[in-house]
Design a protein around this ligand. Structure first.
Ligand SMILES: NC(=O)c1ccc[n+]([C@@H]2O[C@H](COP(=O)([O-])OP(=O)(O)OC[C@H]3O[C@@H](n4cnc5c(N)ncnc54)[C@H](O)[C@@H]3O)[C@@H](O)[C@H]2O)c1
Length: 270
C-alpha cells in the first residue's frame, strides 16, 4: 500500500513547479488531505481550485517561509484546521543566479532564510506532533548544488549545503532517539520547471524532466530512501569529489562536463 494512502500531506512552495507536481502525485497515490503553503496567493488559489476537483480536502495557506513567527502561527492554524501532518515536504526555494559580488545583502539574506532556515522552522513547527504520534516523514528538497560549488550559484549552493547538513543530522537524531519519524533528503541536478530557465547542460548530464523527477521522489519516499539523487550520475559526485584532487575534479566536472558553464545564460523565472 502506498505511504501516501490516507495521509495528510503538506508541501511548502506547493503552488508551482515540482511542489505542484508532488501535490498532484500525492492525490494520485491516495492521500486523504493535501495542504499547500506558498507565498503567492493567486498561484496558490489556482492550484487549490484545480486540485479540489480531484480531492475534497485541499487547503491552501499563504505563508512566507522566511518568517519564523508566521510559520509558527500558520502551522498552529493548519494543525487546528486540518489535523496533524503525516508527510511534510520542505520544497519552497529561490535562486538569484548572479555572481556573488552582484548580490545585494537582501538577496543573500533572503536566499539563506528561505532555503536553509525555512525547512528548519517549518519542521520545528510540525515535528512535536510527529514525535507525539511517533510517526511522520520529513522530506527536504535540497539540490546537487549543495554538494559542489558552481559559478553564479554561491549563495544558493551554500543554502542547499546547509539544508543537506541539517536534514542528515535530523535523520540521525531520529534514529538515535529510536523515533519513527523518517527523514529524506533530495538532491536533484537541474529540473525543467522554469526556476532555472536559460541553463544549458551537456549531453552527459541531462536536465531532469519535472514529471520523471517527481515520480522518482515519490517512489523514493514510499520506500523510505534516505537520499534521492537524480540523474544517477549525482550519486557518484561525492565519491569523485572526495578522491580526486580539486584541480582534477574541476577539469572533469567543470571543463569536460561543462557544469561550471551551465549558468552562463541563466535567466530564471521572470
Ligand atoms: N528546478 C531545479 O532545477 C531545481 C533543482 C534542484 C533543486 N530544486 C529545488 O526544488 C524546489 C522547488 O523548485 P522548483 O523548480 O519547483 O521552483 P518553483 O519556482 O517552480 O517553485 C518554488 C515555489 O516556492 C514558492 N516560494 C518561494 N519563496 C517562498 C517563500 N518565502 N515562502 C513560501 N513559498 C515560497 C514559490 O512561490 C514557488 O511556488 C526548490 O527548493 C529548489 O531549490 C530545483
Amino acid at each position: 500500500m502506498s505511504t501516501f494512502r490516507n495521509a495528510t500531506v503538506l508541501i511548502t512552495g506547493g503552488a508551482s513547479g515540482i511542489g505542484q507536481l508532488m501535490g498532484a502525485m500525492a492525490i494520485e497515490r491516495g492521500c486523504k488531505r493535501l495542504i499547500l503553503w506558498d507565498v503567492r496567493q493567486q498561484a496558490l488559489d489556482d492550484v487549490v481550485k484545480e486540485f479540489s476537483v480531484r480531492l475534497k480536502e485541499v487547503h491552501g495557506y499563504l505563508v512566507d517561509v522566511a518568517q519564523p513567527e508566521q510559520i509558527r502561527g500558520i502551522a498552529a492554524r493548519t494543525i487546528a484546521e486540518c489535523g496533524p501532518v503525516d508527510i511534510l515536504f520542505n520544497n519552497a526555494g529561490i535562486v538569484v543566479g548572479k555572481y556573488f559580488h552582484e548580490h545585494t545583502h537582501e538577496e543573500i539574506t533572503r536566499t539563506m532564510t528561505i532555503n536553509a532556515e525555512g525547512p528548519m522552522h517549518v519542521t520545528r513547527a510540525f515535528l512535536p506532533s510527529m514525535l507525539e504520534r511517533n510517526s511522520g516523514h520529513i522530506i527536504s528538497i535540497a539540490s546537487a548544488a549543495g554538494m559542489v560549488g558552481n559559478p553564479r550559484m554561491s549563495v544558493y549552493a551554500s543554502s542547499k549545503w546547509a539544508a543537506i547538513g541539517w536534514s542528515d543530522s535530523l535523520r540521525l537524531e531520529m534514529e538515535k532517539l529510536g523515533r519513527n519519524v523518517k527523514v529524506t533528503c533530495v538532491t536533484p541536478y537541474y529540473i525543467n520547471t522554469g526556476m532555472f530557465d536559460g541553463v544549458k547542460s551537456s549531453l552527459f548530464i541531462p536536465i531532469n524532466n519535472a514529471e520523471k523527477a517527481v515520480r522518482r521522489i515519490m517512489n523514493g519516499v514510499e520506500r523510505n530512501a534516505l537520499h534521492i539523487r537524480m540523474p544517477l550520475i549525482v550519486y557518484t559526485l561525492q565519491l569523485f569529489k572526495g578522491i580526486l584532487p580539486t584541480r582534477w575534479f574541476d577539469l572533469i566536472v567543470g571543463r569536460w562536463l561543462k557544469v561550471y558553464n551551465t549558468m552562463d545564460e541563466f535567466t530564471g523565472r521572470k
